[in-house]
Design a protein around this ligand. Structure first.
Ligand SMILES: Nc1nc2c(c(=O)[nH]1)N[C@H]1C(S)=C(S)[C@@H](COP(=O)(O)OP(=O)(O)OC[C@H]3O[C@@H](n4cnc5c(=O)[nH]c(N)nc54)[C@H](O)[C@@H]3O)O[C@H]1N2
Ligand SMILES: Nc1nc2c(c(=O)[nH]1)N[C@H]1C(S)=C(S)[C@@H](COP(=O)(O)OP(=O)(O)OC[C@H]3O[C@@H](n4cnc5c(=O)[nH]c(N)nc54)[C@H](O)[C@@H]3O)O[C@H]1N2
Ligand code: SF4
Ligand SMILES: [Mo]
Length: 634
């Protein structure tokens, strides 16, 4: 038995170092977390522990496939056949309708840095049309960029200096499991943990105090807390202090709006007063209409309470995972000449004039994962050609004219920065890819050669990795170091904004000073449908067999006469779906929870019932506020 080391490339903050056990036949037989990685600490999450089921699944894509005409089944073809026809179509569209008639859509199926090279190809070929905004973290990143100038975090190990840690809308057990051992250790040392989430997730049993606000009311909760800090004067490093004070004083009933008790507010006030207090902001709370405002209000709390720029403090939302590598300038235009809102992609494509004729989708499954699946499906079906690069079939490959197979996370070769810690890692193939599967760089290079751009992407994956390491080499970190194990980004600071200087225009924090419009309940559809991450799945990449019917979880109060375990109809203004009802008193009575990521081809996709709407800022998607109701099956 051999063991090989690589890195998990999934869209996950942890970016674990993997140890792959490979037998004499070259087959991976076990995946483990590397014990010497300071974040991974020898264990993997539930979904990647089972990744070999997906790696060796019957439906793994191993050959290029072509759909001879819309509605026909996919047929295996050679790479040359596929790539020649795709290139011919791309050149035809560009010649006849200009490069904006082509769309390149890349999502987070793999976080490998080399995946960005497709941006470079399409930029040089076009520039073609791109997506605008970011459905995942758009609102949160925009919030922090507005407030602080950049979106980055203290080193995660700086939590050792915190007295209190507030997990604000962050489901550590499910979505960032490698933070958990550190939190447990800190709790044992006496650090006080507080959770804020409309769902009493497993986190509720970890924290010292759990607060369950109404979903989407974080802004109001933050205002209720801010009311206790109005006697301070942070204007030396904060702009808009008078307006912020006015905003806080504009209502007396913030706590009632958030549906929390004065005691809950008091716990947060005390924690922020008795700092250093770090706030861990999750990614979920931003995916709401007022998601940006909610995160801006939390940022403001940290600022006015004196918890910015100090060891043990800070608002940790995102770690700038690309900042150490020389990759940013390699591809991806800041502003594409033509772009489509990612959150509203289906509708915008359907209305595009002149139309988009061709789309290339890579590392994404937009039909299942973007809101309003129906419009995404219609828009992609109406194209003259849709090309999808993936490892497995999805709702999106089901519409593709060409499906091109690429490597999985244990076959890949790439560089990875993490968005939940400051460590850098490298991936290298632990097993050989089956059949005709190719590294994505090979696919881009083959396309480049056919599009008259061969020189743009020349070089092996290893050479490209070296090219992205110039800055790192200058500080003594080489590729060979990353291949041996995780290395901390030497350019990342331990404590962000330690001098209380912020890279905003005035050099100060920009305090939010306008109240968002509060969401009012919908009398006909009183519940809010939301599909949150589950431990078993990575977005639409499920690693275990599915039960036949999607489970919907609601608080027993919200279920009315509908019995636990019964089949019921879930309705929104966009459609209906039969679900298995589960009573769950841990869910806020306003919420209706579905699992995130189930596909149409698996019998039901949450996004089929969700309207496409952008968040207040940053072009995020408002995924979690679809008015919904449950009714008995007729
Ligand atoms: N197992 C697993 N892990 C994953 C993923 C997965 O699909 N499965 N997805 C990955 C991806 S794509 C990402 S972006 C990351 C982050 O993945 P996310 O799942 O987005 O991570 P969280 O930050 O935990 O955000 C979800 C938490 O926010 C809470 N929440 C929802 N609405 C509100 C609100 O209005 N206010 C507050 N305070 N809380 C709210 C939810 O109840 C939940 O506990 O994780 C990755 N990790
Ligand atoms: N209702 C609802 N919808 C959501 C969310 C939610 O919370 N609720 N969360 C949103 C969030 S946070 C995100 S990030 C998005 C995620 O949306 P997507 O990024 O579209 O998510 P995945 O389902 O992970 O699809 C990625 C695809 O990439 C493939 N893949 C894996 N590795 C590679 C590779 O190396 N190369 C290529 N070319 N393909 C690869 C996978 O097989 C998979 O089919 O979904 C969003 N959608
Ligand atoms: S998905 Fe995340 S937690 Fe799981 S192995 Fe990969 S990086 Fe680690
Ligand atoms: Mo995400």
């Amino acid at each position: 038995m051999l063991t090989r080391r690589t890195t998990c490339n999934r869209d996950c903050p942890d970016t674990c170092s993997l140890v792959v056990e490979v037998n004499e036949q070259g087959r991976a037989v076990k995946l483990r977390g590397a014990a010497d990685d300071p974040v991974t600490q020898g264990f993997l999450c539930e979904r990647t522990s089972r990744f070999l089921d997906r790696q060796y699944a019957q439906d793994r894509l191993t050959q290029p496939q072509w759909r001879p005409h819309k509605g026909a089944a996919l047929e295996p073809v050679s790479w040359d056949f596929a790539l020649d026809r795709i290139a011919e179509k791309m050149l035809q569209c560009r010649a006849e309708s200009g490069p904006a008639s082509l769309l390149h859509y890349r999502s987070g199926g793999s976080l490998g840095l080399l995946k960005q090279l497709s941006d470079l190809l399409f930029e040089k070929f076009g520039p073609v049309s791109l997506k605008r905004g970011d459905i995942c973290s758009g609102a949160g990143e925009a919030a922090q960029e507005l407030d602080f100038g950049i979106c980055d975090s203290h080193d995660h190990l700086d939590l050792h200096h915190s007295r209190h840690i507030i997990l604000w809308g962050k489901n550590v057990h499910t979505s960032a499991p490698h933070l958990l051992p550190l939190l447990v250790q800190l709790k044992q040392k006496g650090v006080r943990l507080i959770g804020v989430d409309p769902v009493r997730t497993r986190q509720a049993s970890l924290v010292d105090h759990f607060i369950q606000p109404r979903p989407g009311t974080d802004f109001a909760l933050a205002m209720a807390v801010a009311a206790s800090f109005l006697d301070r004067d942070p204007s030396a490093f904060c702009d808009h202090w008078p307006e912020f004070q006015q905003l806080v004083r504009s209502r007396q009933d913030w706590a009632e709006v958030a549906g929390v008790s004065p005691q809950d507010v008091g716990v947060l006030v005390e924690a922020l007063q008795q700092g250093p207090t770090n706030i861990q902001v999750g990614w979920g709370m931003g995916r709401r209409r007022n998601g940006g405002a909610g995160i801006r209000a939390v940022d403001a709390l940290a600022a006015i309470s004196g918890n910015l720029g100090i060891s043990g403090g800070g608002v940790s939302y995102y770690y700038r995972r690309r900042s150490a590598f020389d990759s940013v300038e390699l591809g991806g235009l800041e502003v594409a000449p033509r772009s489509f809102s990612e959150a509203c992609l289906g509708q915008e494509l359907l209305q595009a004039d002149p139309p988009v004729r061709f789309a290339w989708v890579t590392a994404g499954n937009p039909v299942s994962m973007l809101p309003d699946s129906g419009s995404v499906r219609r828009a992609l079906s109406a194209l003259e050609m849709l090309v999808v690069v993936d490892t497995h079939p999805t709702d999106t490959t089901d519409l593709a004219d060409f499906v091109l197979p690429t490597r999985t996370l244990i076959e890949d070769e790439d560089l990875l920065g993490a968005y939940g810690n400051h460590y850098l890692r490298s991936s290298q193939p632990a097993v050989e890819a089956p059949g005709e599967v190719r590294h994505e760089l090979w696919i881009w290079q083959q396309m480049a050669a056919r599009l008259g751009l061969a020189e743009v992407l020349e070089g092996s994956p290893r050479q490209w990795k070296e090219r992205m390491m110039v800055r790192l080499r200058a500080s003594g970190v080489g590729l060979e170091d990353l291949e041996k194990g995780a290395v901390r980004n030497p350019y990342a600071t331990q404590v962000l904004f330690a001098d209380l200087k912020f890279p905003t225009e005035s050099g100060k924090v920009q305090l939010i000073h306008q109240a968002p419009e509060l969401t009012t309940p919908d009398a006909d559809y009183p519940l809010q449908l939301a599909a949150f991450s589950t431990p078993k799945a990575q977005c639409s990449q499920w690693s275990v067999a599915l039960s036949e019917l999607t489970e919907a979880r609601v608080h027993p109060q919200a279920a009315g006469d509908l019995a636990d375990g019964s089949e019921v109809c879930l309705e929104t203004r966009r459609g209906r779906m039969t679900v298995r009802l589960r009573h769950d008193d841990q869910v806020h009575p306003r919420l209706l929870l579905l699992p995130k990521g189930r596909m149409l081809r698996q019998g039901g996709c949450a996004n089929d019932l969700i309207e496409a709407r952008e968040t207040d800022i940053g072009g995020g998607a408002n995924y979690y506020e679809e008015p919904a109701r449950l009714v008995a099956l007729s």
